[in-house]
Design a protein around this ligand. Structure first.
Ligand code: N01
Length: 561
């Protein structure tokens, strides 16, 4: 199917279902869905231009992703001085990060601090999961919650997060398991004590890789069920010095300016990838000999791979780096069979989201950790006492799913969204998400997404991308009010062109290699169309494009009175 077909809605649809909801909760200029970092800043920004705003949040507090993902070891993988908001210099100067990459409790504390500092909670309703958003004949958005609330507004902003719908795979017998079951993306707020427990964990993505070493330290025994091994690099997290913090605070204006123009919204101020030293790759791996590569591994471990500029450019170069990776892995794991089981084969480094870890591989050298390589025999069923695989039965008392998310589109698609003439978004996106600039979908006037599909979003420092979208939306609404426009809608042709550009940009990268299956492509969710969802062209280029669109009178959008 080509882009044009994919973005074209051809099915029949019924008119908007008004439902039986009767409780009127109010009229606002804007309803924002979600009170994570995106929703909070959108509220602040829109309030600043004098609009009435209501934020609807399913959780009981602010923080979004950082509210739900409280699993042991949860931590940011971008240095916190950069993974923070720039919109208020008072906030920048007031907040002190304790470590290079802050843990989840500290990031949640930062979110709460923002809510208190800017008195945001008075416009947020907690415990309200949005069920539907319908564009009415009166050209207003009618947003309903699962508990029967109805909110009407001129504009609706979806700040629903890119990784906010946990994916729990359908495994036969799941309901039979007698012990406790947890998902990393919905961890109990009171924490879980595993000290007298045998734990089984499914999944070795970023969440599993962070949780495994910490659970291994506490649990009586931990069995790790791994379907696909990851390429993970050591994090070099450490406490921040007062000197570093002060210097960064003095330099914030320049740091922020450089972040906005960068590829990923990160400049490596003081620290490079995962808190390691900054390395600008210059060498070509294809020009090295096998002996040279092995000597580098011997000397520098996993970090040696970061020196090569061509690893992301060709599959042949990439495979040489994969070999270096596997060699180093064999050096850090004591047991030969376990080492072999942890080795990734058959897909390139850079296909999936890069993972960094603290003591991940060391966990597999512990006596209380069993590694199960599901490539040698997959999961057959969950039993009352554990997991049946083709290589035998494994017993445990508690099961942890570290099985990821229905990413980028999951939270949006779970809401019954209907645009002009009752057109359902589920139909418009039937063959995959289509959006102009990742901000708006044709047929859905006055509805905006923050870090939606087709924008840099998950390929970037989320806080930088959130700020850019929130500011763009705020400026857009201010512009509309100033010029008395009532409606803005992405044109179909501009949306088609942008979707095509997003696809072209990803062509030939490791992200879309034929052997690559990742959540960026929706490949982790059965039946989800295989589309590379984020925009790989870079934060700086993307911002320039969005600014040009505005400078050209909101080019590609229809504005009407
Ligand atoms: O999820 P994932 P995640 N049987 O989808 C396995 C962000 N994040 O929560 O690869 C067996 O990456 C699946 O196996 P496979 C970050 O952007 C950031 O870990 O599909 N296994 C995989 O191993 C990240 O990329 C931070 O074969 C099954 C795992 O579950 C994103 O969130 C921390 C299975 C899922 O990995 C998602 O990471 C945490 C099945 N039926 C997360 N189904 C930081 O900032 C799935 N799996 C550091």
């Amino acid at each position: 199917m080509n882009i044009d077909d994919r973005c074209r809605y051809t099915g029949a649809f019924e008119g908007p279902d008004r439902g039986s909801v009767s409780v009127e909760e109010g009229e606002f200029d804007v309803v924002v869905v979600g009170a994570g970092f995106a929703g909070m800043y959108q509220l602040y920004r829109l309030r600043g231009i004098g609009l009435s705003v209501k934020v609807l949040e399913a959780g009981d507090d602010v923080g979004g992703t950082w509210y739900w993902n409280r699993y042991p070891g949860a931590r940011c993988d971008i240095p916190s001085m950069e993974y923070s908001f720039s919109f208020s210099s008072e906030l920048e100067q007031a907040w002190d990060w304790s470590e290079v990459m802050a843990g989840q409790p500290e990031i949640l504390e930062y979110a709460r601090h923002i809510a208190d500092r800017f008195d945001l909670k008075r416009d947020i309703v907690f415990g309200k999961r949005v069920a539907s958003a319908h564009f009415t004949e009166e050209r207003r958005w009618r947003v309903t919650t699962e508990t029967g609330g109805v909110y009407q507004s001129r504009f609706c902003v979806l700040a629903t997060g890119c990784l906010s719908v946990p994916n729990t795979p359908a495994i036969e017998g799941a309901e039979r398991f007698k012990g406790d079951v947890h998902h990393t993306g919905q961890w109990p707020h009171e924490g879980v004590d595993f000290s007298a427990t045998r734990v089984g964990i499914i999944g070795t993505g970023s969440s599993g890789i962070q949780a495994i070493p910490v659970i291994a330290e506490q649990a009586k025994h931990l069995t790790v069920f791994q379907r696909t091994p990851n390429y993970t690099m050591p994090a070099f997290n450490k406490p921040l010095t007062e000197e570093y913090r002060e210097k960064a605070k003095e330099n914030y204006p320049a740091i922020r300016a450089a972040q906005r123009e960068s590829q990923a919204g990160i400049i490596g101020y003081g620290f490079g990838f995962g808190g390691a030293d900054n390395i600008i790759p210059e060498d070509l791996i294809v020009e090295t000999t096998a002996e040279e590569r092995m000597a580098m591994v011997e000397e520098e471990g996993f970090g040696a791979i970061r020196k090569f500029v061509d690893v992301q450019m060709s599959l042949d170069a990439n495979e040489l780096a994969c070999e270096m990776y596997r060699t180093q892995l064999g050096r850090v794991i004591d047991d030969e069979q376990t080492a072999e089981g942890l080795k990734p084969y058959n897909y390139p480094i850079g296909c999936k989201r890069p993972v960094i870890d603290t003591d991940y591989y060391a966990a597999f050298n512990r006596d209380n950790v069993t590694h199960v390589d599901l490539r040698r025999g997959g999961i057959e069923a969950i039993t009352e006492t554990g997991l049946q695989t083709a290589q035998g039965h494994f017993e445990f008392d508690a099961l942890v799913y570290a099985t990821g998310f229905d990413a980028m589109t999951g939270a949006i698609e779970r809401i019954d969204i209907r645009g002009r003439e009752g057109r359902p978004l589920s139909e418009a996106w039937n063959a995959g998400p289509c959006a102009y600039l990742g901000l708006q979908v044709h047929g859905f006037p006055n509805l905006f997404m923050i870090t939606g599909p087709g924008s840099p979003s998950v390929l970037s420092n989320m806080l930088v991308s959130i700020e850019q979208h929130v500011d763009w939306i705020g400026d857009c609404i201010a512009h509309m009010d100033e010029h008395q426009y009532r409606s803005i809608e992405a044109q179909e042709v501009s949306q088609d062109r942008w979707v095509e550009h997003v696809n072209k940009a990803a062509e030939g990268t490791m992200f879309t290699a034929p052997s690559c299956n990742s959540w960026y492509l929706g490949a982790n969710i059965p039946g989800k169309p295989r589309i590379f969802m984020p925009y790989v062209g870079g934060v700086g280029n993307y911002r320039k494009k969005c600014d040009e669109v505005v400078a050209n009178g909101y080019e590609g959008f229809d504005l009407s009175a």
